[in-house]
Write a protein that binds this ligand. Structure first.
Ligand SMILES: NC(=O)c1ccc[n+]([C@@H]2O[C@H](COP(=O)([O-])OP(=O)(O)OC[C@H]3O[C@@H](n4cnc5c(N)ncnc54)[C@H](OP(=O)(O)O)[C@@H]3O)[C@@H](O)[C@H]2O)c1
Length: 311
């Protein structure tokens, strides 16, 4: 099969190559696996800095490895012990960080990491929901315990993850303050933010007390954010560990995990128009290396189409 492969961490995305790789075994593979024919794949820019791209769970070199962990596709084979899926079914999901990923024609993935994708959702949209949607959901509701009537400050509200968090928080009945650069103001408001703080020109400290901060930026912005959290509130960050602590409250940094139930909730919200994705560029697998090495900082999620993309 055709796949994007990386072999050398220092090379970054410039080291990506389109190559022939063996297809995952359709039978006798790992227990609980299904094989999915990938139709659309998502890649996160930081992936090539994660140890799991280069070594397996026992610390052994696993190169050449196939990056990309978000997918929409069609189940083509079921292994022993898989539940809830059938051959021919359309699915979305998030694959294991320490195994070969989705920038390929086929991928082996644990069935529990997949959720059904109804026929009225385009594969590209499905793939674009996965990582940003799960990250926003888990940050707001699992870790942030956001409830109706609470207030949340969402950093990077016009960005890929922040725009999902803005929409989900608004729908949950929270008061949403989005932040970002001036150019992102209208987009953040369109995604549902009640107000917007331009971090380059407005004082974050003027926001007043919020129950939750959803941080995607880290660094100094995460530190300053702790000061705008009500006593006992929570700072949730996806930008890595931070020393910042709200008074009497919690700071939680986390990495997104697959979740079938949450994926199904996200797909349903997309279908009935409550949730929009933030797709930037869409390219075919043969053009993926160029698409994932843009000359300018990309806006929106880059989605790679595999196998012609008819839905
Ligand atoms: N822990 C996890 O599980 C997890 C999961 C998914 C993503 N992530 C990480 O989360 C981060 C965000 O991902 P993303 O896909 O949402 O990125 P993104 O689409 O680039 O969104 C970031 C947003 O913040 C804005 N921004 C960046 N720096 C800023 C600054 N200094 N001041 C004001 N605004 C600023 C950006 O504006 P411009 O576009 O104008 O710069 C953009 O609107 C990435 O580092 C990603 O790797 C972590």
């Amino acid at each position: 099969m055709k796949a994007i492969v990386v072999t050398e961490q220092a090379a970054g995305t410039a080291g990506m190559k389109l190559m022939e790789r063996p297809e995952p075994q359709r039978s006798g593979g790992s227990i609980g696996d299904v094989v999915v024919q990938v139709r659309a794949s998502g890649f996160t820019r930081d992936e090539l800095s994660w140890p799991s791209t280069w070594i397996d769970r026992l610390g052994r070199d696993r190169t050449p490895s196939i990056p990309g962990h978000e997918l929409a596709g069609v189940v083509v084979a079921l292994g022993y012990g898989t539940t809830g899926l059938s051959v021919g079914q359309r699915v979305v999901g998030l694959t294991d960080w320490t195994r070969d990923g989705t920038l390929a024609e086929y991928v082996a993935v644990e069935a529990r990491n997949l959720a059904p994708l109804r026929a009225d959702v385009d594969f590209a949209e499905g793939a674009a929901l996965v990582m940003p949607g799960l990250t926003a959901w888990q940050g707001l509701f699992d870790h942030g315990r956001l409830r109706t009537g609470q207030s949340v400050l969402v950093h990077g509200a016009a960005g890929v993850v922040g725009s999902m968090a803005t929409q989900l928080a608004r729908e949950a009945g929270a008061y949403v303050i989005g932040t970002g650069r001036a150019a992102g103001r209208q987009m953040a408001l369109d995604f549902g933010a009640h107000e917007f703080v331009d971090l380059d020109h407005d004082a974050l400290e003027d926001v007043g007390a919020v129950d939750l901060v959803f941080d995607v930026l880290g660094g100094d912005i995460a530190k300053r954010s702790a000061g705008v959290i009500r006593a006992g509130g929570t700072l949730v960050t996806i930008a890595g560990p931070t020393e910042a602590r709200p008074v009497g409250g919690l700071t939680i940094d986390f990495v997104v995990v697959p979740d079938r139930v949450q994926l199904s909730e996200l797909v349903q919200r997309f279908r009935d128009g409550r949730l929009r994705t933030s797709i930037g560029k869409v390219a075919d697998l043969v053009d993926a290396v160029a698409a994932l090495n843009p000359t300018e900082r990309p806006k929106g999620k880059t989605i790679i189409r595999v196998k012609g993309m008819s839905s």
